[in-house]
Design a protein around this ligand. Sequence first.
Ligand SMILES: CC(C)(COP(=O)(O)OP(=O)(O)OC[C@H]1O[C@@H](n2cnc3c(N)ncnc32)[C@H](O)[C@@H]1OP(=O)(O)O)[C@@H](O)C(=O)NCCC(=O)NCCS
Length: 274
Amino acid sequence: MQIQVVEITEKSSIEFVALDHEQPIGKLAAQPLGSGQYRILEVAVDSHCADRETVGLTLLNKLMESRGWKMIFAQTGDRPEDAFVGELLCQAGFELLIERTFVEREIFGYRIPFADPLVYKPLCEAARETAVSAFAEIMRSSPPRGGSPPQTNFSDEFDRMMQYAGRERAGNMWKLAFWEDAVAGLVFPQVYSKNEMPGEILFVGVVPRLQGKGFGRILHAKGLECLAGAGVTRYSGSTDIINKAMLRIFEVNGCLRVGGVRPEFRLMSSASRA
Ligand SMILES: CC(C)(COP(=O)(O)OP(=O)(O)OC[C@H]1O[C@@H](n2cnc3c(N)ncnc32)[C@H](O)[C@@H]1OP(=O)(O)O)[C@@H](O)C(=O)NCCC(=O)NCCS
């Protein structure tokens, strides 16, 4: 087998096509996200190909030759072909970040169906530092998967999430929850402008000292109530399959699992690890 790779680069995508004697046997498509970050959209190798692994790794290596890359993200699914791609990614040095499982539920007119002792403040009425410090405390207590060093700049992470959510929308929708005058947790409901999009909860967390007392369930339900109050009729959520508490919260708050498990991978360049 003689693998030759042809690159087709367009403004918003990069595609590498692997050829054997001028016949296409595989392809990789990726999207540049800016700042040296890329997202792999597709890796496919002909199922009749004699050495699928070599073809797949050759395509991944081509992407890693891109100038100035810092991070590459990839998401797979639970089809048999996804297992092959997942193995390729691991061989190429990608780390498994999360295996995401998805849930949904109808939330038309949803109200919290049990007593709620928490007092809420929208983010726009609270000091940003209070929210960031609770966010950092919660995140530090749940270290990420994989071999990457735990992230320490949670202030930047918080700002990135706010930017994604839209600052004004986050200011009104995101809530700090107080218990006996101290911050107990956070919930970040997210509505999208497109009507057909379900609402989401970008983050829900309880400060470590108050975890396991039922506040996580209440905060998630509060998030659903906020979404319903904003006119959203459907909720879509996801979490890591190892997050047992969150999976239980989905269950007790009436959310049903949909679709399969989607593993997410990341590769960091040596420059970005330093
Ligand atoms: C996930 C999180 C919000 C849960 O909050 P919490 O206040 O500890 O959860 P609750 O006390 O409401 O517990 C909810 C359910 O999960 C169960 N549960 C809690 N921890 C559990 C664990 N480690 N394993 C299995 N079940 C668990 C509880 O028993 C309860 O079930 P029950 O109603 O049958 O008794 C909290 O652990 C957290 O902030 N984690 C870090 C951030 C995070 O992972 N957020 C979610 C992803 S965005």
